[in-house]
Design a protein around this ligand. Structure first.
Ligand code: SF4
Ligand code: MG
Length: 323
């Protein structure tokens, strides 16, 4: 029997927001996926597709409306904050806005020491201040910052350096899972590559598991082993990154790959992605992509395609998959 559960197992997850006049926004609209230990799962899609909301749901930074989230085999879907607390060290988030989790009035040393003071060690011990200092030095080295950075304030750093600090903060308690929500999108392209390399190095060195949210396929290509392509709150295609991006099975994935500047070798000639993303409040009936799909058929307007396995490592939600 397979005794090790996946690190994350998500089943039929919904996150719905009630709007005025009885309308509902289904930000996450029935998502199932699992993430194994040591894997990097990319979540990609245009802005508003629900990928950030899904990321926050996975860490229970927001309540979920329906469905189930198992973390390391434990059902965390409805755990109250108090019960989540001992799990918090294992699940951390890095945000797009490098200022988001850094109090501007506190020095880096205090910002990084805080989680170490608040949470006991795995064996329930309070950390001594010398143990905390030693850990801060180790974290600075891990993320490639000088020790002198500890004495400075967040505004004294560049965006890239601040993301290094956020990564150090996320690493402080030796997490199993890091959800990174567009952690490089606000950075210059040259800095982006450095930070992605840092994420990749840390993942390899520490055996971390990432859910890596991005709208940029080039970022996903560099960091993720598998990718879930999202559209209007649902997964359109899920599989090994190389396979999905080089040989898309879903017309939406194909359209996204065409939007990337470098040519996709061997890809079918692009049918351009037409029109705007429909409102998630009134998503199209049938296939939610049909209003923009260049190969839509009558069936697509009538019936929603289920996400189904088309090969060992790939699932697609399309009546007429391209691969
Ligand atoms: Fe296009 Fe139809 Fe496939 Fe939807 S189900 S992506 S409309 S071909
Ligand atoms: Mg977002």
């Amino acid at each position: 029997a397979n005794a090790t559960p996946p690190l994350l197992d998500v089943r039929g997850l919904y996150k719905t927001y009630a709007l005025p006049r009885g309308q509902k926004l289904k930000a996450v609209d029935g998502i199932s996926l699992s993430v194994t230990h040591g894997e990097v799962l990319g979540l990609v899609g245009e802005s508003g597709c629900g990928k950030s909301t899904l990321g926050r749901c996975l860490l229970r930074l927001t309540d979920v409306s329906a469905g189930q989230i198992l973390f390391n085999g434990q059902d965390i879907t409805k755990l109250p904050e108090r019960a989540l607390r001992p799990l918090r060290p294992h699940m951390q988030m890095v945000f797009q806005d490098s200022y988001a989790s850094l109090n501007p009035r506190r020095r880096i040393t205090d910002l990084l020491a805080e989680p170490l003071r608040v949470h006991p060690t795995a064996t329930g011990q309070k950390r001594s201040s010398s143990a905390i200092t030693a850990r801060l030095h180790e974290l600075m080295e891990r993320v490639g910052l000088p020790l002198s950075a500890l004495e400075r304030y967040p505004h004294e750093f560049s965006g890239g350096q601040r993301q290094r600090i956020n990564i150090a903060r996320a690493l402080a308690l030796s997490p199993k899972l890091i959800v990174a929500d567009e952690p490089v999108s606000a950075l210059d392209v040259s800095v982006q590559a450095q930070i992605i390399n840092l994420f990749a190095d840390l993942q390899a060195q520490l055996g971390l598991t990432y859910v890596f949210v991005a709208h940029d396929l080039a970022v996903i290509r560099q960091i993720s082993t598998r990718v879930a392509v999202m559209y209007l709150g649902a997964i359109m295609e899920l599989g090994q990154t190389d396979t999905v991006l080089h040989n898309p099975a879903h017309p939406y994935t194909l359209a996204l790959t065409q939007a990337v500047p470098q040519p996709v070798i061997g890809a079918i000639r692009p049918p351009p992605l037409r029109g705007d993303i429909p409102s998630p409040v009134s998503r199209p009936a049938g296939c939610r992509f049909h209003t923009r799909c260049p190969i839509a058929q009558p069936l697509c307007r009538a019936e929603e395609p289920a996400l189904r396995q088309i090969s060992t490592h790939r699932a697609v939600a399309c009546h007429f998959p391209l691969a």
